[in-house]
Design a protein around this ligand. Sequence first.
Ligand code: 13P
Ligand code: SF4
Length: 318
Amino acid sequence: MHAPVRAPMPTGQELVAAIGDLRRRLNAVILAHYYQDGEIQDLADFVGDSLQLSREAARTDAEVIVFAGVHFMAETAKILNPSRQVLLPDLEAGCSLADGCPPDGFRAFLDRHPGHVVVSYINCSAATKAMSDLICTSSNAVRVVASIPRDRPVVFAPDRHLGAWVAKQLDRDLVLWPGSCEVHEQFSERRLVELKVLHPGAAVLAHPECTAALLQHADRIGSTTDLLRFAREATAAEIIVLTEPGILHRMRRENPGRTFLTVPGADESCSCNECPYMKRNTLEKLYLCLRDRAPEITVPEDLRVAALRPIERMLALG
Ligand code: 13P
Ligand code: SF4
């Protein structure tokens, strides 16, 4: 028996048209994070930060959700909207924060901190979510932790830099799981200071996944959506951006007269400020995943229900 002959992979504008055609036929919606390549953001139905994408996934009536982002985001979409088929163009699109907080280790950590309220950043697996009382994103982390009475001890996982920043905002001690984002940790303070000397009037915008050493130089700190807003509000002609450079696609489009600068990592030979997981998604993989309706994200029902509870508590906070 011969394998069925497949049509060749379309290219260029034909590829974009073929994705649009499949999207219509499947009644699919394409959700993309701000860190995706510009060409993916341009054809997505909705582009947003983690919180906005979760809300959009929860309310969509499309039959298929294609998630142009990373695994924990697609998994969250499935947890929120289980009757939809959720596709991720590349199953290897992980996240160092989610991967650095394995369920067994997290369980043992929580056992060492009995009686603590557990707040987990949405960048974690369904298993970690299921062990949490509340989920947060970088847009609402301060608000979520502030909703917990001050006399209750809190474990914050898995990003210690975001957790330390939240603790500082609220002047409150948090027990931090020792995880970090391998991308935001790469930014070099030395290179940032050099850039500030070369561009003395530039404003510095930073994502709270950066280290405290970097955050101390920032004029504004916030989620990807916050950073887009800060860029629109800024009066400086030059803006230094301490987060994944995929966001510059939209920043430049929204602010045509301004210059946006990124900060390289300490190692000049790598583009380590790009998220290697986000960048696994391509137009070709988007096309293939719509064509084959795979790879699909599935979550066992008992785990889904347990992981949904802390997400719903977050969404209820508004
Ligand atoms: P946002 O929630 O700000 O979009 O951040 C997601 C993320 O993965 C940052 O690295
Ligand atoms: Fe995870 Fe960092 Fe990539 Fe965001 S930038 S998806 S936190 S590895």
